[in-house]
Design a protein around this ligand. Structure first.
Ligand code: ADP
Length: 485
């Protein structure tokens, strides 16, 4: 695996969870898996064991010279990982952050080059190099154009796209820096040039053109990328490569998210003992100073970002309070305006006995909310896969989601799905307006109040789904075998 993120040592979003979750699953099936990451100054060193120098003097060709790097090795969970530390005044990975610098494309182009140079010089010849998102998009280009001709001809690349919105655009200086050179050869529509900005190279497109196989993080998101504006300019390219493209649903880590073993909740439970959830609901209410009353709790956990359907989250709050439900939100926002808006709401409801807004990142509290709520909403505008609805399902909390991306592959409407009744597990709605979410919430609250036995069945149906890495890991192994052959 070559990646810009890996949980828990360098986590920005779901990509980090996928890298460690998939790597762990594949290695448990008796494959040798190693992860290559930048050695960021903001790495969680406390989560790496046995960190030591592995390759002290790696010279990485760059521009007209070379940058000396130290490659460190260490264990992340049970996976052997390598961390590349360049020594140059560019300070590529000493920025106290993973992304967000003006020279991000240069930083990650260097990372691609250094990772390939490390594989080459250390004699590693992996059957599969699995890359993730635009920061590693140049890896398959470098492999084909530079490293295969000098001996690395047995490796194949699988490239996973987690989000089509961020593609990485750079000028031709990147070609000279990495030793690819020849802009006249690379700046072509069938090679690296961006569709809209033809004088720029597009890292994500490079990954798509040069990899042996491309996946995205759910079948529906891949379909949307190929057939709607979700492809963000790459739809027709994806359609050209139909034979080497597939959507594979992400898994979640059931060693962390399992109500039968979870020590962050006051009492553990299974589908057979689901009634214990009411005790956890009371603990949640005590913790958040909500009143104990015969009402369902609707919750939301996540980044407060336009992607997540901010206007619908806000509307659901008011709708819940006026329709006999309690409302809990746990979230943070990278956007100061959204943060301000929610801080105002938080103040407005600070004394309300049916509503609590918590604006921080709190993993422990998230476990209590997943377990103690009745309903969980994910009203996203787009959602490549989405983990929160899968976690909620495991904790017997019924999801109410917008039918988009990975949510389509994981949540099946109680009233309208074509699935057999015992496989329906939540509520869905299509449109992005307030009426749409109201109709789903109305049906959910109605079932909770008027048909509690049926609501209980819906909770149990959800708990029986298996969204572990077991299933997705199997799928990836099939893909690896296919491209090796
Ligand atoms: P994203 O688009 O942010 O990657 P996902 O649904 O794929 O969304 O994953 C979000 C993950 O982050 C989930 O595990 C969720 O529980 C966690 N999370 C998000 N916000 C918070 C928060 N404020 N506190 C605790 N956990 C959070």
């Amino acid at each position: 695996m070559i990646a810009s993120e890996c949980a828990p040592v360098a986590k920005v979003g779901g990509l980090a969870d996928v890298v460690i979750g998939l790597a762990s699953d594949i290695s448990q099936r008796e494959n040798e898996v190693e992860i290559i990451l930048p050695k960021y100054d903001c790495l969680r060193h406390d989560k790496i064991s046995d960190l030591k120098e592995f390759y002290p003097d790696l010279r990485v060709p760059w521009l007209k010279g070379a940058i000396r790097c130290t490659v460190w090795s260490g264990m992340v969970h049970n996976c052997k990982s390598f961390f590349i530390e360049p020594h140059s005044s560019d300070n590529f990975f000493n920025r106290k952050m993973v992304y967000g610098c003006p020279d991000d494309t240069t930083r990650f182009a260097f990372f691609c080059k250094a990772a390939m140079e490390f594989l080459y010089k250390s004699g590693k010849r992996p059957d599969i190099i699995h890359c993730h998102d635009w920061p590693t998009g140049l890896v398959p280009v470098l492999l084909d154009e530079i490293y295969k001709p000098i001996g690395m001809d047995s490796s194949r690349v699988c490239f996973t796209i987690h989000n089509f919105r961020h593609q990485g655009l750079a000028g031709t200086n990147i070609l000279f820096a990495t030793g690819l050179n020849r802009p006249e050869y690379f700046l072509k529509p069938d090679k690296l040039s961006d569709t809209a900005y033809r004088n720029c190279i597009n890292f994500m497109k490079s990954g798509i053109v040069y990899s042996s196989f491309i996946t995205s993080v759910s079948p529906q998101y891949m379909w949307e990328a190929k057939n709607t504006d979700q492809g963000c300019g790459l739809s027709s390219l994806l359609n050209q490569f139909n034979g080497k493209i597939e959507g594979v649903l992400n898994g979640i880590d059931y060693t962390i998210w399992d109500p039968e073993k979870d020590l962050h909740i006051p009492i553990q439970f299974s589908p057979e003992t689901i009634d214990k959830k009411s005790e956890i609901k009371n603990t949640l209410r005590e913790h958040l100073h909500l009143r104990k009353d015969n009402k369902p709790i609707l919750s939301f956990i996540g980044r407060l970002d336009e992607q997540k359907g901010i206007h619908l989250i806000r509307h659901a709050l008011f709708y819940s309070l006026s329709h006999g439900a309690q409302f809990v939100l746990l979230g943070t926002s990278p956007d100061p305006k959204i943060t301000r808006d929610f801080a105002l709401l938080q103040m407005q409801f600070s004394d309300h006995s049916d509503c609590r807004i918590v604006l921080k990142f709190d993993e422990e509290l998230s476990h209590l909310i997943y377990a103690g709520s009745d309903l969980f909403m994910v009203p996203s505008m787009y959602e490549p896969c989405g983990l929160t609805q899968m976690i909620a399902l495991k904790y017997g909390t019924v999801p109410v989601v917008r039918s988009v991306g990975g949510l389509v592959n994981t949540v099946f409407d109680r009233d309208y799905s074509e699935k057999p009744k015992d496989e329906r597990n939540g509520y869905t709605f299509q449109h992005t307006d307030e009426k749409a979410i109201e109709s789903a919430l109305y049906r959910a609250f109605d079932l909770w109040y008027n048909h509690p036995g049926e609501f209980r069945e819906l909770m149990i149906n959800g708990m029986h789904y298996d969204f572990s890495w077991k299933v997705s890991g199997e799928k990836y192994l099939e893909i690896y075998k296919k491209i090796i052959n």
